[in-house]
Structures are given as structure tokens and as C-alpha cells.
Design a protein around this ligand. Structure first.
Ligand SMILES: [Zn+2]
Ligand SMILES: [Zn+2]
Length: 147
């Protein structure tokens, strides 16, 4: 059972403790109703990991972290934030990042984000490669010297 519940009729969030739980003695079925308006149209809710506000779980996004739409829109363009939120364990990061972003941005916005990210990567790559090569060349030289 989820800790928090969201009422789809009055829009309030309630802790499970506050919710009215009834158990039908004949059918043994449990029904839950909103303590504010009496509606039984409740969905499980969870807090957004950025702002802490409670939302129905289907209104939270991301794999690695659960974040609300408002926070996602506020972070528009912050590629590191999206890479972190969209990361799915055991899954190809680039793919999950793309599919996560695709659900939020238009093709044009996505292209801008990806271009910015590629430029960013292009500026790191030469340094990383030369360091890597230097290290491996020294390694190879050591191995040759030993033989
Ligand atoms: Zn309600
Ligand atoms: Zn939020």
C-alpha cells in the first residue's frame, strides 16, 4: 500500500492513515474513500524527488528518479539533469535518455538539446583520448621493455 493517495475528484493528497477504509464483510473486498469529499476515485501518489510535492504516480516521470512535470519544465535544457532522471539501470543510457526526452519536448527542442550535448562531448573527447592513448602507449612500452 502506498503511503500517499491522491483524490481525482477534489485533488487533495492524503496519507493512507487519513483515508476511510471499509471492508465488506460478505465479499471481503476493501474500499477506500477520500476523507475530504467521500469519493472513491483515488490513485496512489508519491512525492516528486526535486520539490517534494505529492503527485499521482502516473504524473511523475523518469526511471532513476521520480520527478514532476513542473520541475522537468523548470530544468528545461539541463542535459545532466535529464541524463540522470532518464537513466534506466541495465539499459542503454543514450536510448533511455532519448525516449525520456521525446515524451517532453518537440523534435526541434530535442535537436537543440542533442546538439548542445554533442558540442559538449566533442570538447571533452580530444583530451580524454590523448590521455588514454598516452597511458596505453606507456603501458605498451613497459611490456616491450620487459620482453
Ligand atoms: Zn476527495
Ligand atoms: Zn517537482
Amino acid at each position: 500500500m502506498s503511503m500517499m493517495w491522491h483524490c481525482n475528484d477534489c485533488g487533495q493528497n492524503h496519507y493512507y492513515d487519513e483515508i476511510v477504509v471499509r471492508r465488506d464483510t460478505d465479499t471481503k473486498e476493501t474500499s477506500i474513500t477520500c476523507p475530504s469529499c467521500g469519493s472513491d476515485n483515488l490513485t496512489e501518489a508519491e512525492p516528486c524527488e526535486v520539490c517534494g510535492e505529492c503527485y499521482p504516480i502516473e504524473d511523475l516521470y523518469g526511471y532513476n528518479h521520480r520527478v514532476c512535470r513542473d520541475c522537468i519544465e523548470r530544468k528545461n535544457g539541463d542535459i545532466d539533469f535529464f541524463a540522470d532522471v532518464g537513466k534506466e539501470s541495465g539499459c542503454d543510457v543514450e536510448y533511455s535518455l532519448n525516449s525520456f526526452l521525446a515524451s517532453f519536448f518537440s523534435k526541434e527542442e530535442l535537436e537543440d538539446l542533442m546538439i548542445a550535448e554533442l558540442k559538449n562531448r566533442a570538447s571533452i573527447r580530444p583530451v580524454d583520448c590523448s590521455e588514454y592513448l598516452k597511458y596505453n602507449m606507456e603501458d605498451a612500452a613497459d611490456v616491450l621493455a620487459e620482453e
